[in-house]
Design a binder for this molecule. Sequence first.
Ligand code: HEC
Length: 691
Amino acid sequence: MRDFGWRLWPSAMLLLVAACGSSDEVGADWPGYGGTADESHFSPLTQINDSNVSRLGLAWSIDLPTTVASHSAPVAVAGILYFSVGYSVISAVDAKTGRTIWQYDPKVADVLGDEQRAAWGARGIAYGDDKIFTGTQDGRLIALDAKTGALVWSVQTREHLADGRYITGAPRFFNGKVIIGHGGADYANIRGYVTTYDADSGRQLWRFYTVPGKPGTKDGAASDSVMPMAARTWSGEWWKYGGGGTAWNAITFDRELNRIYIGTGNGAPWNRNIRSPGGGDNLFLSSIIAVDADSGEYIWHYQTTPGESWDYASTMDIALATLRVAGNTRRVILHAPKNGFFYVIDRDSGKLLSAKPFAKVTWANQIDPGTGRPIENPEARYPNGQTLIWPSPMGAHNWTAASFSPQTRLVYIPKIELPGLYDEKGIESANWRRRERLVFDSGFNPFAGTDVPPTMPGSLGALLAWDPIGQKARWSVPLRDPHNGGIASTAGNLVFQGNAEGRFVAYAADNGKTLWSFDAQNGIIGQPITFLADGRQYVSVMTGFGGIASSLGPMAARSGWDYRTQRRRLLTFAIGGSAKLSPLVRDDQPIADDNDFKIDLAFAQKGARIYGEQCLSCHGVAAVAGGNAPDLRKSAVPLSAETFRAVVGEGVLSPSGMPKFDELKDADLLALRHFIRLRARDDLRAEAPRR
Ligand code: HEC
């Protein structure tokens, strides 16, 4: 019986391929974000395997434009590769050559205007019924003709225009329908939901809200009947803060049970003492919710972090498997959310089967196997002021894909080992009383202006191979930087992952040995995929360093991926491939300074606070950029009050991704300039002995 899960696999795959009506061979296509509907990011292909991967070479590459995001997972169907770059600009290319077939630009920057305050781009797209589906940062869900790239339909998924919601996650296609969630709860007072649309017409079918609205009000949504139960776990006037619980990444369709599992995110704001001052579990934050795929009706939920107060989203992959657990064959969910515990959950009932920490965890000691609830550490809710807690709001695993191989029965996790500083100083502020949100406002500031983590050890991340049945690590490869690329595993006993240091690597899936490695000349966050074109197996991955990974300042900057000079590309590999990348030109632009600029420490401190709230998520912790936006220490713009005002206050660069901050007064702009000069001068001084 040991191989039960594996023997089930090929028949499940055949069913899926038949349903898609695409290429014949099992695993020939990679039609959705998770590979197949079970979201395991696993391919049954074996042409490329542990015995020949050493001969893997570049088949072709495409240079991508300088833009906020090149970390999306492509999809591959019938020899055509589809991918999204920047603000959901979609391309279709011949998978054998990289030749462009069509391109579609939804012109997101033109629509976003003043509300363009976070720059993440799309992380994945979907294929189904001869259409390509993508979300956009301004909340549209778009269907394109897969053959021509022509627009088939476009719907606005936000409740109100400019309500603060945005889409970064991949839509999922199932049963002739498309489902999409959204993000935004870090920035705006919003209430999370997912919506399902008819794939042919774009007509809305059902919506499920993930947290309760104002009691006594009905929306006519699929979630209405369960909201009174959820509302009993909240207190105060939480709806005025929105509540959060956004489903910004993981959504999984279960073909066997005809259900959708929705992974929900953090509270809005993060700090429970603001949004629900009387405490409570705050359902359904940081949860997996099972709903009926046809109607959206609630079936069960499992909450990984009751009373979420640390940004411990449960929006990480929800992979489906069938495993022998304690002598019984169980249909399970495999889930490694931010909070650092690995969960095996019974799909039929929603009951916890087991949970164990897969990273350093200090907020809770264990998950009680009887109640399924965490046993919290008394320090976890920072009652005594500033407290260092593992994991950080980045999580022990963030959005980059984990992969489950039914062959090795291991889950491969891009693990992060970082603590966060939590402190609720400032929650009584007038902003919070008025329920006003700044750009990045969570109720406390774990990466405040000048703070860097207290230690920067040699390894802040790892590729972890986790045994979900034994709930223990099988092997682990330490990685220097915390936020590395998504993972794909294959039946050729291979695990592919790109890392922040710029290498694309193939490991042996069973023992973690490095079998092949390629100098990708750029950091990789994107998820690799593998597929067949004309019967030959290829592997594709996008290179480019941006998003939340690049906001970690000095940690992210160690590899030197500069916003303007990094080489964003789509790389495609095949056995015997012999294409070459042009030589890499590194950014060695020095830190700028003007000795006549007299730094006022009080101004700089005020500037640090504004920077932490408004600029950090793009320009990096401590004004050290990691590739998502220019490094302000090196920029000449802050040296001139006029140019700085034109860029920051008047938005002259907003078409290329720099938001307009017209609410900042001259004194605020001056404070920001003092902070940037302070950071530049400190770092120049620290570098001086080495020059
Ligand atoms: C949503 C992401 C984002 C946020 C938030 C953001 N920026 Fe930018 N910023 C960018 C991007 C992208 C560019 C590069 C635009 C271009 O290509 O010219 C940029 C450019 C700049 C430049 C010009 C740099 C140069 O040398 O060309 C300055 C100065 C700047 N930003 C300051 C700020 C300040 C100050 C804040 C906070 C008040 C801020 N930015 C917030 C994304 C952001």
